[in-house]
Design a protein around this ligand. Structure first.
Ligand code: SF4
Length: 248
C-alpha cells in the first residue's frame, strides 16, 4: 500500500522516452516514507570515515548505457555505498567485488568504483536495482519493493530494443525482477523459475521480439563473499555466460 501523505507521493515512473529522462524523475521520488527518512538520516549523520563527503541521500538511478544488451539487477543501494556516492554499487565492498569481476570479463573499463566521475564506464551493461533507496539493514519490505517496481518496469521497457540478457543478484532481486520483466513484456513461465546460483531460463516475448536470457547469481554481499559462498570465479562465470548470451 502506498502512503497517502502528500510528503510521500506515489511512485509514478512516467512513460518517459529515454532512460536519462526516467532517471531525472527517479531521483526526485519520495514514495516510501521509511526509506526517504532513512536515506536522508544516513546522509545527514554520515559514517565518521566519510565525514567530509556530501552524501547523495536520494534514489540511486541505474548505471550504464541506455542501449545496454545486459542488465544486472541487485537489491538496493547500501547506506554508505551508493547512498553516499549516488552510483550503483559504488563505494562499498560489494561493489569492489562486482566491478573487479566486470573488469575481468571485459565489461567495465576499470576494476574499481570509488565515486561518480572516477572515469569508470561499462560496456554494454547497465546495473540497476528493484529498490532504488537505501533501506535499513539492507532489507526493503515487500511493500517498498512493490512500490518501486514501476521504475524497474519502465527501465526494462526502455532497454527492451537492445536487452538480451539479465543477471539477477540474490533471491530478493529475483522475486522482484520476474514480475517487473513480465510487466515489461517478457513471458515468465508458470510455475515461476526458482532462484539459485547459476539458474538460467529463457523469457520469450509474445510479440515475437527477442527473448531475454535470465541468470541467477548469489548476491555480492559481504555475507556471501567473505564466507566464500560466492567466489570471484563463480561470479565471473555467470557474468561471462550472460555476456555471451547478450553478444558482448
Ligand atoms: S525506493 Fe523507489 S519508490 Fe521508494 S522512494 Fe525510493 S525510488 Fe521511490
Amino acid at each position: 500500500m502506498t502512503s497517502t501523505d502528500p510528503r510521500f507521493p506515489a511512485a509514478t515512473a512516467p512513460r518517459t522516452r529515454t532512460v536519462a529522462e526516467l532517471d531525472g524523475h527517479l531521483v526526485e521520488c519520495r514514495a516510501c516514507p521509511r526509506l526517504v527518512a532513512w536515506r536522508e538520516e544516513v546522509a545527514a549523520t554520515k559514517r565518521r570515515s566519510y565525514a567530509d563527503w556530501d552524501y547523495w541521500g536520494r534514489p540511486v538511478p541505474g548505471f550504464g548505457p541506455a542501449d545496454a544488451a545486459m542488465l544486472i539487477v541487485g537489491l538496493a543501494p547500501a547506506a554508505h555505498g551508493a547512498n553516499r556516492t549516488g552510483r550503483m554499487f559504488t563505494g562499498d565492498r560489494s561493489g569492489d567485488v562486482l566491478y573487479a569481476a566486470l573488469h575481468a570479463t571485459g565489461l567495465a573499463s576499470r576494476p574499481t568504483a570509488t565515486h561518480r566521475g572516477d572515469g569508470l564506464t561499462l560496456r554494454g551493461v547497465r546495473i540497476t536495482a528493484p529498490v532504488h533507496c537505501a533501506p535499513p539493514e539492507n532489507k526493503p519490505t515487500p511493500t517498498e519493493r512493490d512500490t518501486c517496481r514501476p521504475w524497474l518496469v519502465r527501465e526494462a521497457e526502455l532497454l527492451r530494443p537492445t536487452l538480451r540478457a539479465a543477471v539477477v543478484l540474490g533471491a530478493f532481486g529475483w522475486q522482484a525482477a520476474l514480475p517487473a520483466l513480465a510487466a515489461a513484456g517478457w513471458e515468465v513461465p508458470r510455475p515461476r523459475p526458482v532462484f539459485g546460483h547459476g539458474a538460467h531460463t529463457t523469457l520469450r516475448r509474445a510479440d515475437g521480439g527477442a527473448p531475454l536470457e535470465l541468470y541467477g547469481c548469489y548476491h555480492v554481499s559481504q555475507q556471501n563473499t567473505f564466507t566464500g559462498r560466492l567466489t570471484p570465479a563463480m561470479l565471473r562465470e555467470v557474468l561471462a555466460a550472460a555476456a555471451a548470451s547478450a553478444g558482448l
